[in-house]
Design a protein around this ligand. Structure first.
Ligand code: SIN
Ligand code: FE2
Length: 219
């Protein structure tokens, strides 16, 4: 497993800069840094109510990255397929409410990336530990692809795989650091993307974890 020490060394100078990934896709470097501690604290309450869990893929495999949700709709996977639902299938209860600070962050990052009026109704939380990965996919279970995706990274760094419109298109390898916010929409909304296996490491806030919060307008 690669060590992430060198990745940390490169992070600080990037804060406040932007990395363009496409005509309507950008990484806002360090956008969430000032709120990271508060996001982490708030996230604990979400996870206490709806714990991270390994869902099954439609093929019946256990996903390597455990997930949970907050907001009116939550993304789920099962043998029956992928779908957004208002209730947590484990508890039968509604997903935890979207913390107002989460919604504001997503709205403001989207606006800064050129997407006005984004009010997410779904926040998917993924918990990566070293060695786990997310295979190449498109986000296409949402009703209206006119809304962007806003993705917030906390904790250990990752290599984001940023592909094209077809699965076989070459992927750019983009480092994502604690506090970075990636936004993609419009012409880039259906780009294939994934996360390479997370390297070993310890982060001061999250320990040996990377948490990703993905905000969508799903319904
Ligand atoms: C996702 O594609 O849903 C998550 C991406 C990430 O973890 O950065
Ligand atoms: Fe995705």
């Amino acid at each position: 497993m690669p060590d992430t020490t060198d990745l940390f060394a490169d992070q600080a100078p990037l804060a406040g800069t932007r990395t363009a990934l496409g005509p309507q896709a950008v990484v806002l470097r360090g956008w969430a840094l000032a709120q990271a501690q508060a996001l982490w604290d708030t996230l604990q309450a979400v996870v206490a109510q709806a714990p991270f869990r390994h869902m099954l893929t439609p093929g019946g495999q256990s996903m390597s990255v455990p997930l949970t949700n907050c907001g009116p709709l939550g993304w789920t996977s099962s043998r029956a397929g992928y779908r957004y639902r208002p209730d947590d299938p484990d508890s039968g209860q509604a997903w935890p409410a979207m913390p107002p600070a989460f919604g504001r962050l997503a709205h403001d990052a989207a606006q800064s990336a050129g997407f006005d009026g984004f009010t997410p109704d779904a926040c998917l939380l993924n918990c990566y530990t070293p060695g786990t990965r997310l295979s190449l996919h498109q986000d296409r279970n949402e009703r209206d692809f006119g809304w962007p995706i806003v993705s917030v990274s906390l904790g250990l760094p990752a290599t984001f795989l940023w592909g094209g419109a077809r699965r076989a298109d070459p992927c750019l390898r983009v480092p994502l650091f604690h506090g970075d916010v990636a936004v993609w929409g419009g012409r880039d909304r259906l780009r294939f993307h994934g996360v390479a296996p997370i390297g070993a490491g310890q982060h001061p806030l999250t320990g040996a974890q990377r948490i990703n919060l993905t905000f969508r307008r799903a319904g």
